[in-house]
Design a protein around this ligand. Structure first.
Ligand code: AMX
Length: 434
């Protein structure tokens, strides 16, 4: 039976003529127009990137390879006794667009088990860093420290045909992805559990192994599977995805590229928001006497947050205009496993109250919750109480999407990214006579 790499190769050969035809026959077709507001406004909404891995509809949320989150969860083979798919099967799906059989998913599980050995120097390097360094800085450094392992960099230096770029990129992507959960768990136990790492269990899948290496019982394995899949991809314009692809477009390897993406994810308006959400939720509870507040008390607190010039963390989105289905998927998990948790009850209350207030406030274009509005609460419930670590979990998940993207970027020969800049004078010139 053909393995993942063979099927990916077949798909690549099928897709290449589409790109060629679009460029050769329709390269000058006008596809979008750009306003000054978009040029100054962070390129919001300008359609100038292409990816088939996922698409974000403002009203509906993300589709992975054409499937919504519930459809994706339903379609993929599940780990034994779990309602959540193997992360490895999801990797297969994102790369190929085909739902793997259980056998095909298990082949990837076995492949990742062979690749998951982390070089000892990564642990040495992490141990040499200040213990109070942010874990995202540690993760980024650990990833780039492995750059010498890159098959792509070696093959590129040896001289390689452009058409073959995807293949060593795929090898690097698989190696890196297989090792990331172990690196993340190592950082966690180094920083917060007195440097007491737990070795990988060679028989477990990625989600199961991550829970094992963190030292946390079931259903944390399901939290890991759900969390990694939900955070994997959100089309390619967000900061972490775009940074990874931008760096890779210069033919940097997966280690350099993903390390850069991790740095982008560390910003408080992006991945760091989930740690901000939890800090803020706990601030609400503390300020309101350590108990669940009334809706009236919560309303006052939300207004205080807004009136002091701060954002309500976990709410709003640059593209989405509805409740994020990644929020809804986590809510389904919480209703089953965390129903009595006071922090989850507060998350539910915020969901009832905050959108109305944000609408009245009138600034945020999207008053609905995003993925971060409750992910920290789930981690806290399972004993991961160190907020700083939450974005590392996001990064492990994000790796799945961005590494699939850069593998395909090389397969389809997408070029070096180089948008054009203008000066304020030029923008003003364009407004003359208007
Ligand atoms: N609370 C208060 N004000 C908000 C807000 C919120 N949750 N979301 C947006 N606004 C404000 C903005 O600050 C901006 O104000 P300004 O005009 O004074 O600068 C105005 O509303 C318009 O912003 P927007 O067009 O709706 O959003 P954006 O595309 O500029 O930014 C985002 C999107 C997510 C950064 C923003 O909604 C935000 O800061 N949310 C809170 C932080 C957060 O949850 N981030 C996580 C995002 C998901 C992720 O990447 N992990």
């Amino acid at each position: 039976m053909a393995g993942l790499k063979d099927i990916l190769h077949k798909k690549i050969l099928e897709q290449r003529p589409r790109v060629k035809r679009l460029l050769q026959e329709h390269g000058d077709v006008l596809f979008d127009q750009v306003t000054i507001g978009q040029v100054i406004g962070g390129a919001r909404g300008i359609k100038c990137l292409v990816t088939d891995i996922s698409h974000l509809d403002p009203e509906e949320g993300v589709r992975f390879r054409g499937r919504t989150i519930p459809e994706t969860f339903a379609a993929l083979p599940k780990a034994p006794g779990s309602c959540y798919p193997y992360v490895e099967g999801f990797w297969y799906y994102l790369l190929t667009g085909e739902v793997p059989t259980e056998r095909q998913a298990l082949d990837v599980v076995a492949d990742f088990q062979r690749r998951q050995q982390i070089p000892e120097y990564v642990f040495d390097a992490l141990r040499a860093m200040p213990r109070d360094l942010h874990p995202m800085a540690m993760l980024s450094a650990a990833v780039v420290a492995m750059q010498g392992e890159s098959v792509f960099a070696r093959r590129y230096n040896e001289g390689m045909n452009k058409m073959d770029y995807w293949e060593p990129m795929y090898e690097d992507a698989c190696d890196l992805l297989a090792r990331l959960p172990g690196i993340a768990a190592f950082i966690y136990r180094l920083k917060y559990r007195d440097d007491s790492p737990i070795s990988a269990d060679p028989d477990l899948d990625m989600g199961g192994n991550f829970a094992h290496m963190m030292g946390i019982e079931a259903p944390y394995d399901d939290v890991a599977r759900m969390y990694f899949i939900l955070h994997s991809d959100h089309e390619s314009g967000n900061v972490s995805a775009h940074t990874t692809r931008l760096v890779a477009s210069a033919l940097a390897d997966a280690y350099y590229s993903f390390s850069a993406g991790v740095n982008g994810l560390s910003g408080p308006l992006h991945g760091l928001a989930n740690q901000e959400v939890l800090r803020w939720i706990q601030g609400v509870m503390k300020k309101l006497g350590g108990k669940l507040p009334s809706e009236a008390e919560l309303t006052d607190f939300l207004w205080d947050t807004l009136n002091s010039g701060q954002v309500i963390p976990g709410y709003g989105h640059a593209v989405l205009r509805k409740t994020d289905p990644r929020f809804s998927a986590q809510m389904t998990f919480c209703e089953k496993h965390l129903a009595d948790d006071p922090m989850f009850q507060l998350v539910q209350m915020i969901y009832r109250v905050a959108p109305k207030i944000l609408m009245e406030h009138g600034k945020a274009r999207n008053p609905w919750p995003n993925v971060d509005a409750q992910s920290g609460v789930i981690q806290w419930h399972f004993g991961v109480t160190e907020y700083d670590f939450y974005t590392v979990l996001f990064a492990v998940g994000r790796a799945i999407g961005v590494l699939a993207n850069i593998t395909w970027d090389r397969a389809l020969g997408y070029p070096l990214e180089r948008p054009k800049s203008v000066t304020l004078d030029m923008l003003e010139e364009a407004t003359k006579g208007r």
